[in-house]
Design a protein. Sequence first.
Length: 365
Amino acid sequence: MSQNVQVKIKISPLNYFHHSHSAVMTNFAGWKLPLYYTGIIQEHNHVRKYAGLFDISHMGRIKINLESITILERHIPSDISGMKIGQVRYSVLINKVGNLVDDLLVYRLKESILLVVNASRLKEVLRNLLEISGLLFKELKNTVQISIQGPKSQSIIKKVFEEPIKLKFMNVEEYNCKKFKFIISRTGYTGEDGFEIIGNKEGISSIILLFLKSQELKPIGLGARDSLRLEAGLCLYGNEIAESINPMEAKISWVLDKKRMKLGNFCGANLFKNILKNGPKIRRYGFIITEKYIARNGAKVKNESGVIRGYISSGCFSPTLNKSICMGFIDSQWDKTEELFVKIRNKLIKIKKIDLPFVKHKYHN
């Protein structure tokens, strides 16, 4: 006799805020989070023109002791020990056999390393970290994280914090404001200039009220967050990154530090060397869909003769381009002069390759 197993849905510490702003909620990666407040396209366009406030408290935050850096590097192929205080690095966590457990951000703080990982992979990340002998770490459960993204984000931040925010892209600093401590990084998931802020619930709640005094800032849900990241050509774990997808296939091979690749001093190094030597079997590409259809994850990509060439990993309508866009993985032997089609509702729709990102990044360097 089978039993129904109820999965407990986590509630964001900012749940009160979402309901007070009439958010339409959805379940995502085991969390109840806002899908949208006023509408996905409206929110998307607001971020591109002004600035948006995102609740990203569902992301996992893990503190690593500095004395464990060398141990951690066995499972992260980037140069972590060479990071200067205040640097942020995008990388991946690799398990014993060289599979990608997750993609993540590595923060080099004064007294520790901070990993920010995907909510959907937090349990798996923690399980893998527990298996690493000698690694000293702690999950920061009682923290809240928000993101402010868009061209007006810096001016909004400056109005709230007493200390000037002089961060460049992929840098982090610890700041004080209104008796609270915050970790602020100039990072994001939209392709726009922006900041991500970590603090406790009371501190984050207090600065949200101050931020929203600006008419240029509006709360933004997961729907626009996804269309923004897709326009920016950024990967989503489970779609463009997975245990079965390597960095070369996902076109993020730059996470593999060249010196460390030569030394081969991390899990999967020899595997990645062979892939670099022989070339990946599939590669990630961006496509424009020629008709008003949206290609979803898993849709097959075929040539004119009906031969399968790959599959779609993510797709959506692009408010910025006013076109349907998608990313997908195509056989590396594909002749780029060969036309490709995606099967949508039992109809083959032509797609055209386009260089990523779909919308140019506007990071502050």
